[in-house]
Structure formats: structure tokens, C-alpha cells
Design a protein around this ligand. Structure first.
Ligand code: ARG
Length: 588
């Protein structure tokens, strides 16, 4: 369906032309004076100079031509030259009924569906997931779902950090502890054991221990670097240890992401890029893209128009090891070969901006990525505690993701038990569902690039701009619909009627925005716009609800109209929270 804004603009364009003005001035926006009108056009002011006319005269000329408009019931020319408009109630009801009848509620799928890879999550294998990984997972999942809703072919890739120095550290520490394992015996030629020589708990202890040692002890650090190098060059025993680390760690990651309702289509990682690295480096050297700079192999990415220095993209260290940029470039080769994406969106901490700038430029310059392929970096800010510093546990340590989730669930369970609308045995599950909304909405309602404060009390509140408030609104609608049906009445074939009062009209006007908001959130990769929209929509609904007898309404036709309006409100809210990656319970 066409967006309501475009439909109004079309009518205005006709009116501008009919009155002898350029239709380019017919730009419509939402009213910034909702007390006066619903939409406005400021084109008369913009045109005044060109036509050497008072803006109000132009506005009046245009308004006259709109007297019998299909969609506008009130058009006023107001000093100094605004055109203020209100939509016809019949027109609104008709649009909403068309939305209701449409499976995608008026959202037009992309004319040219594109293949989009969303690179998000990016956990580092063998390190426990901590809150720092939360944002990438939540934002990436939302972007993936939004792109899919717009009709694109989308692949979510976790891009595991599974090939770096942390692997060398773990191997080194394991070797120190258990030197007799066959993986460390170069003469060993049998089959390596099928079971890993560690559990996930041990693994999570080994890594920080090794990392601590390497910082203190230069010899140890060299060993770890050497182990990383050998691993990356196919050392048989180290590869076998690596596989064990991967099996154990990935199983644990899957469980954790599952709990977050975050799902990846591809579980690829930096290690998968390895196969492409030798040829890539060979070519880049041969074609003169890469050169040696202070011992390292680099690609220059500085451009003439840069106002500051952009350091070259390093692709091989002097000891031959690959780097973060190397695996990202090689991954681009692999993605191009396997999927020919039209766009790749990377979601990572905004402090990685320079890294991605270097990689993107190097990829373009060397032809690794074809011209038409869009590379985009969506950088996010830090999740802080109430003290304004990066979020920590009460003891000041790194907060593990699972602990954060259970803390929120506990808080939620308390609140839900106080409400007593949910059976005791249902409360834990409801707390899980509502808790997820608290975490995800709390995060996504902020512009991604900004730092934000993770405030457990505020995020779990049933009031205010929170996930639980949105769910509470949906649950309220579900409950009314259930009661309506409990009296033996069906929900089929109901039609939304003309608005009878301002609150009902205001709710309808919010619903009209659904396709526009979804589309622009995607264009701007701005999930916070969806959050802001459903907050406004939930508020509009609750105002309507408090002013209107719905179940007690005696006029059956009127009541049917209300029920149809509720059904659409619920669908829009549910569609939006689905994009945000959470769902509503039956009761709460
Ligand atoms: N593993 C990285 C980290 O923890 C994030 C990966 C982001 N994606 C990428 N293609 N570089 O910082």
C-alpha cells in the first residue's frame, strides 16, 4: 500500500499545480501543532520568493483547490502561510481496513529484494559471553528481522572470533598443564582422543589465567604467539585442540544465544577465512596493493580528501601471523564467492570504526568487493551502569550475560507475583518473556551509537517507556479480545468504523504510520524509531481505552468497530516487537 503521507502529498501536488504553482512545494509533514491539525505543508512559505507573493495568498489558493479532496476534511491556510490539514474520518477508516485485510498491514515489500548479510554477535570463542556482547546480538538480530520484514533475503552470520591470539594462549596454557597429551607430541601419529581434555568451566578459567600470565611474562607471551602462528599454519596437534575448543564453546554459545532469542543462519568464523588468506596475500603483493612497512605487510588506505591520517590496513605481521583485518578481508572474499551479497552490515562496538574504515577501503581498492556491494558499519556505544561507567557486577567484576539475564528475570518475577494475575507455576515463564522485553527494549530504545545506562529498576517497570509497558498494553488488548469472544462472538469480518472522538482518531492516526515508520527505520538502520513509535502507539491506545466503554458498549456496530481497531493495534504492536526480538505473554 502507498504510505498515507505520499497519498496526501499527491493530492496537494495536484492542488499546487491546479493553482498554478510548482508541485515540488507540496511537501507534507506530520503536524508539529497536533492541537491545531494532523498534517501540515509549509510549501507556500518556500514558494513565496519564487512567485513574489505573500505566502498566505499561495496557501489560500491551494487550500481552495482542496475543498472537495478525497482524503482531507479540513484544510486551512493559516498565517504566515501554513496549510493545516485534517484527514477525513471515512478515509482513515478505509485505509485502516485495507491495512487489516493485508497480511503485511500495508508494508510494501522491497521492489528489488537484495541479499544482505548481517554480521553480528561476534563472540570470541572460549571467553564467556559478557554484557559487552549483548548489544551486538540484540541490535543485529533486530536489523536482520527488519531487513527480512522489508522483503530482503537476509543471512545472519555470527562471525566467531575463533582464530586469534586467545587460541594460542589456551593452547600454551594447556601445554604447560598437561604436556603429555598427544596433541603436543610431534611424533604422535595415531588418532587424537574424541573427548576434549577440558570442560567448558575449565576452558573459561584457562583463558583468563593464560591471558594474565602473558601480560606478566614475556617468555610466555612469545610461546602463545608462536602457538597462534603454528595453529594458523595448520599444526596438526594444535588444530585438534582447536576443534575441541570449538565444539565445547560453540555448544555453550548456542545455548546462550537461544536464551536471548537470537538466531544465526551462519555459524562461520575468522577461521573459515583462513583458506582464502594465502592466495589473497599472494595476489595483493603481486598486483602491488600491499607493501612492507616496518616489517609488516600493509595496504595504504589514505585518501586525498581525508582531513586526518588514516593508518594503513595491516594484513600480515612481521612474524607471518594474520590479523583482524586479514580475516575480515578474506571473509569478504568468501562471502562474495558463496553469496554475492548486495550489502553487508557489520554490527560492532563503535570503537572499531577505524578498523572497518580500513577494511572497507582496502576491500574496494583491491577489488575484493565489487563496486555495487554496499559495506556498512553500525557501531554501538557502551552499556553503562548507573554510575556512568561500563556495566559491572556489584563486586565490580565483568558481568556474565547469563547472570544479567537471571537478575532481570528475578526482578520481573517479583513484580509479576505482586500483580497476582499469573498462576504461581506460570510466573517463572512469564518473567522470562517479560524480562527479555526489559533488556531488549531498554537497549534498542536508545540510538545505537549512544552510550546508555542499563537501569534494572527503570527497564523492568510496567510504566513509562519500557518493554514491559508495551507488553502490558498488548496483554490488555488480548484480554479484551478474549472476553469479547468468550461471549460467543467471533472476530471475523469486523470493520473499523469512523472515529467518534479525538482519542479514537489519535489512535487511528498512529496506526496509519506503521508502514512509514518501518520503512524509514530500515533505511536508517534505526531500531529506536520503532521503539519510539510503539511507545506513542501504546500511549494512544491506553488513552482511548481509558475513555471508552468497549466491552460494555451496547451499540453492537460501534462495538464491532472498536474490536476491529483493537485487533489491528495488537497486530501492529506484535509485528514491531517481533522485529525487536521479543514477544508478549498471555497474562502478566
Ligand atoms: N569478535 C569481534 C570482537 O569481539 C567482533 C567481530 C565483529 N565482526 C567482524 N567481522 N569483525 O570485537
Amino acid at each position: 500500500m502507498k504510505k498515507i503521507m505520499d497519498l496526501i502529498t499527491e493530492e496537494l501536488a495536484e492542488a499546487f499545480q491546479a493553482a498554478g504553482y510548482d508541485k515540488a512545494y507540496a511537501k507534507v509533514t506530520l503536524s508539529n501543532r497536533p492541537d491545531l491539525c494532523e498534517y501540515q505543508c509549509n510549501g507556500a512559505m518556500a514558494g513565496a520568493k519564487a512567485y513574489r507573493k505573500a505566502p498566505i495568498a499561495i496557501a489560500e489558493d491551494v487550500a481552495k483547490r482542496l475543498a472537495d479532496s478525497r482524503c482531507l476534511e479540513e484544510v486551512n491556510a493559516v498565517n504566515p502561510g501554513f496549510i493545516n490539514m485534517k484527514l477525513r474520518k471515512e478515509y482513515v477508516a478505509d485505509y485502516l481496513n485495507q491495512m487489516s485485510a493485508d497480511e503485511s498491514m500495508g508494508l510494501a515489500a522491497a521492489a528489488k529484494p537484495r541479499t544482505i548479510i548481517v554480521d553480528y554477535g561476534g563472540p570470541n570463542v572460549a571467553k564467556p559471553l559478557h554484557v559487552g556482547h549483548l548489544r551486538s546480538a540484540i541490535i543485529g538480530e533486530g536489523i536482520k528481522r527488519l531487513a527480512r520484514k522489508m522483503g530482503h533475503k537476509v543471512l545472519g552470520d555470527i562471525h566467531l572470533g575463533d582464530w586469534g591470539y586467545q587460541m594460542g594462549l589456551i593452547i600454551t596454557e594447556l601445554r604447560e598443564r598437561k604436556p603429555d597429551l598427544p596433541y603436543f607430541d610431534d611424533a604422535f601419529s595415531g588418532d587424537y582422543p574424541a573427548d576434549a581434555p577440558f570442560t567448558i568451566a575449565e576452558l573459561e578459567e584457562i583463558y583468563p589465567t593464560a591471558s594474565g600470565k602473558a601480560k606478566e611474562d614475556e617468555e610466555y607471551r612469545k610461546k602463545a604467539l608462536q602457538a597462534t602462528y603454528l595453529l594458523q599454519n595448520g599444526h596438526k596437534g594444535y588444530m585438534a585442540v582447536w576443534k575441541h575448543i570449538m565444539n565445547i564453546s560453540v555448544a555453550d554459545l548456542k545455548k546462550n544465544y537461544e536464551n536471548l532469542n537470537v538466531h544465526f543462519d551462519l555459524w562461520k568464523g575468522e577461521a573459515d577465512a583462513q583458506a582464502y588468506i594465502p592466495d589473497m596475500i599472494e595476489r595483493l603483493k603481486k598486483e602491488g596493493y600491499a607493501h612492507i612497512d616496518e616489517g609488516a605487510l600493509v595496504i595504504d588506505v589514505q585518501e586525498e580528501t581525508d582531513t586526518k591520517e588514516i593508518p594503513p590496513c595491516m594484513i600480515q605481521k612481521s612474524d607471518g601471523a594474520s590479523l583482524y583485518g586479514t580475516t575480515d578481508l578474506a571473509t569478504l572474499i568468501q562471502r562474495e564467492q558463496d553469496y554475492q551479497p548486495d550489502q553487508i552490515i557489520y554490527i560492532a562496538d563503535k570503537r572499531q570504526e577505524l578498523h572497518f574504515l580500513q577494511v572497507f577501503r582496502a576491500a574496494r581498492k583491491t577489488g575484493i568487493v565489487p563496486e555495487g556491494t554496499e559495506l556498512e558499519f553500525l557501531g554501538f556505544g557502551t552499556m553503562n551502569g548507573k554510575d556512568g561507567k561500563p556495566f559491572k557486577t556489584r563486586e565490580g567484576g565483568v558481568m556474565r550475560l547469563e547472570n544479567l539475564i537471571s537478575e532481570i528475570e528475578e526482578e520481573m518475577q517479583k513484580k509479576i507475583s505482586e500483580n497476582r494475575t499469573v498462576a504461581e507455576d506460570e510466573a517463572a515463564n512469564t518473567a522470562r518473556i517479560v524480562g527479555m522485553s526489559a533488556i531488549k527494549y531498554g537497549d534498542l530504545s536508545n540510538q545505537a551509537s549512544k552510550d546508555y545506562v542499563f537501569d534494572v529498576d527503570r527497564f523492568t517497570s510496567f510504566e513509562g517507556n519500557t518493554g514491559p509497558y508495551i507488553l502490558y498494553t498488548i496483554v490488555r488488548i488480548k484480554s479484551i479480545l478474549n472476553k469479547y469472544q468468550a461471549d460467543g462472538r467471533g472476530l471475523e469480518g469486523l470493520k473499523i468504523g469512523c472515529a467518534r472522538n479525538d482519542n479514537e482518531k489519535a489512535l487511528m492516526l498512529e496506526l496509519l504510520k506503521y508502514n512509514d515508520v518501518t520503512e524509514s527505520s530500515f533505511e536508517e538502520l534505526a531500531l529506536h524509531k520503532i521503539c519510539a513509535y510503539i511507545y506513542d502507539l501504546a500511549n494512544a491506545f491506553n488513552r482511548f481505552y481509558h475513555e471508552t466503554k468497549i466491552l460494555a458498549e451496547e451499540d453492537e456496530e460501534k462495538q464491532k468497530g472498536y474490536i476491529a481497531l483493537l485487533m489491528l493495534t495488537r497486530r501492529v504492536l506484535e509485528s514491531c516487537i517481533d522485529v525487536l526480538g521479543f514477544e508478549a505473554p498471555e497474562r502478566m
